[in-house]
Design a protein around this ligand. Structure first.
Ligand code: CA
Length: 228
């Protein structure tokens, strides 16, 4: 079992290396995010069974490393090391594609148990490209296309379309859309949803003579399963 450890605190990195080697792992250690990304990407596919990734790293943060690896379709399981008082939290780590996290300081026994569990589970199936007819949305690459033609959308429009496309054929209420695309405490004008639905239609539907986004009277909006 081969592990890549990305940790900038050299003494901690060495402690982790020694412990993992003793537990029978082959271990490579790098000390910044840029090297971590390179090592995890350029090492022949599948060479690492798991990556231990610190968050606060010079060069690139662990979050950025994680995001870029997933965007490059590298699905090696990632365990993130988070600090209790850090500016990020565990939810962020999981959102960005990490598979598990451990808060520093951690027990070695727990680290090894978690790594073994991740390795047993293997690289999970990742979200494939979402599709409704010829309308596609790639959550990893953050791309939207109609019949293969790329469509530029803003991050908010992307989030809204992704939310609808994850529930194909199902009407989503304005409230559900607000809570998922804005946030649970959104206190502005809920008609913002209609405004953004309009923006999206102008980009993904009208130029193609399609109507993927359907208004369901009294219920909300849904994506037509066949793309309109
Ligand atoms: Ca660090």
């Amino acid at each position: 079992m081969r592990v890549l450890v990305v940790e900038d605190e050299v003494s901690l990195a060495e402690t982790i290396r020694d412990g993992l080697v003793e537990a029978g792992f082959a271990v490579d250690v790098v000390h910044d995010g840029v090297d971590g990304l390179w090592q995890a990407t350029e090492t022949p596919h599948g060479a690492y069974d798991v990556v231990v990734l610190d968050i606060m790293l010079p060069g690139l943060s662990g979050y950025e490393v994680c995001r870029r690896l997933r965007a490059k379709q590298v699905w090696t399981p990632i365990l993130m090391l988070t600090a209790k008082d850090g500016e990020y939290d565990q939810a962020d780590a999981l959102d960005l594609g990490a598979d598990d996290y451990l808060t520093k300081p951690f027990s070695f026994v727990v680290l090894i148990a978690r790594l073994r569990a991740l390795i047993r589970r293997g690289a999970p199936e990742r979200p494939a490209v979402l599709a409704a007819g010829d309308l596609t949305l790639d959550p990893g690459e953050r791309r939207v296309a109609r019949a293969g033609a790329p469509i530029a959308v803003t991050p908010r429009e992307f989030a809204m379309l992704e939310f609808l496309m994850r529930h194909p054929g199902q009407a989503m209420t304005k409230t559900a859309i607000l809570e998922n695309v804005w946030d649970a405490h959104f206190s502005g004008d809920p008609n913002i949803v209609e405004v953004y639905i309009g923006y999206l239609r102008k980009k993904i539907d009208h130029p193609f003579g399609k109507a993927a986004i359907e208004t369901v009277r009294g219920a909300g909006y849904r994506i037509a399963v066949d793309g309109g």
